[in-house]
Design a binder for this molecule. Structure first.
Ligand code: UDP
Length: 329
């Protein structure tokens, strides 16, 4: 299938592009390269440096490339920044996504796969999180993703859009051949920061809060490999045949790991000791988040290949230690 991957030069998008090729599909990438890396996409793949909110540009690409399905990964994703600069998040993550959908519907492209997030749940009433739980985001980032989810439901009803939205837990890891991986600037995520500390690029890793009501006092998260995430996006294609239908899936392994356990995994994989500094809690961090992904497993035949944080960290370590400065482009 001819698939437009919006944000295809970003972290999850670029891994998905490779999985699409491996599965025999034909990806076309759009990325404005604000956060994406040109090098993350193979040179033979059609690449457009446009903004997803540019309706004319998107219409032209959709028509000329004869696109059948759109996957959308392009979003700002810094929770703290979204609290400081909500307009930036509403503009890019919500308004620009509406423009992309407008371009699609005008061109008659009605299959859509969307990157949503567990941040749409806010602080869950119980664990693990199932898709039917109430969604009450506690920051503008999560809110913009939920707003798109709601717009998709409305467009399925009004325009016959068929869509799938995946609520990711903590995306992590890198391609197993070490050729692409995570390169955010600034980096805020735990695994790459601990790896930086193990590589001596940072003096230490700060643990944000050691007094949570969890087994070792640090937060629990559900780390899921970026290639496992990507595979679900392709497995869902079969569900997009009926116009006017939509589905939502959690994507996590279901096994929570504490911040201390992640640090231990990096130490074990790298063979290096990491200096730890215990600091105050980070505002807005729920104590524990982990997924019940039975719906994706039963409904899509989705399987988690990287079923321990150590396996995930092995791939991340291979990428970071061979590319200490990330992508050059
Ligand atoms: N964390 C930490 N130190 C850091 C970065 C993150 O202790 O330098 C913790 C953070 O408080 C959370 C977990 O690691 O409990 C995962 O954070 P990350 O930012 O990777 O993902 P999030 O869960 O916020 O999406």
């Amino acid at each position: 299938m001819k698939v437009l991957v919006v944000g295809g030069a970003g972290y999850i998008g670029s891994h998905c592009v490779r999985q699409l090729v491996a599965a025999g599909h034909e990806p076309v990438v759009v990325d404005n390269l604000v956060f994406g890396h040109r090098q993350a996409v193979a040179p033979e793949i059609p690449f457009y440096t446009d903004h997803l909110g540019n309706v004319d540009a998107m219409r032209k690409i959709l028509a000329e490339e004869k696109i059948e399905l759109v996957m959308h990964f392009a979003a700002f994703a810094y929770v703290g920044e979204s609290v400081e600069k909500p307009l930036k998040y509403y503009d890019n993550n919500f308004i620009a996504t509406l423009r992309l959908l407008e371009a699609m519907l005008t061109e008659g492209v009605k299959k859509f796969v969307f990157s949503s997030t567990c941040a749409t749940y806010g602080v869950p009433p119980s664990l693990p999180i199932v898709e039917t739980m109430p969604q009450a985001p506690i920051n503008p980032y999560g809110q913009t993703k939920l707003d798109v989810e709601n717009a998709l439901k409305a467009l399925a009803h009004s325009d016959g859009l068929s869509f799938a939205a995946f609520r990711y837990f903590n995306a992590a890891g890198a391609a197993t051949d070490g050729s692409i991986g995570e390169d955010h600037n600034p980096e805020t995520h735990l695994i790459p920061l601990v790896i930086d500390a193990a590589m001596g690029k940072r003096e230490n890793i700060k643990i944000f809060g050691t007094d949570y009501d969890t087994p070792d006092g640090t937060c629990l998260r559900d780390y899921v490999h970026v290639d496992d995430l990507s595979r679900a996006h392709i497995a869902v294609f079969d569900k997009l045949g009926t116009p006017g239908t939509g589905c939502f899936y959690n994507l996590g392994t279901g096994t929570p790991y504490s911040v201390r356990e992640v640090i231990e995994a990096v130490e074990k994989v790298s063979g290096k000791k990491v200096n730890i500094v215990e600091v105050e809690r980070r505002a807005g961090d729920p104590p524990a988040l982990y997924a019940d992904s039975s719906k994706a497993k039963n409904g899509l035949g989705w399987k988690v290949e990287f079923d321990s944080v150590e396996k995930i960290v092995e791939t991340a370590w291979a990428w970071h230690s061979s590319h200490p400065n990330g992508f050059s482009d």
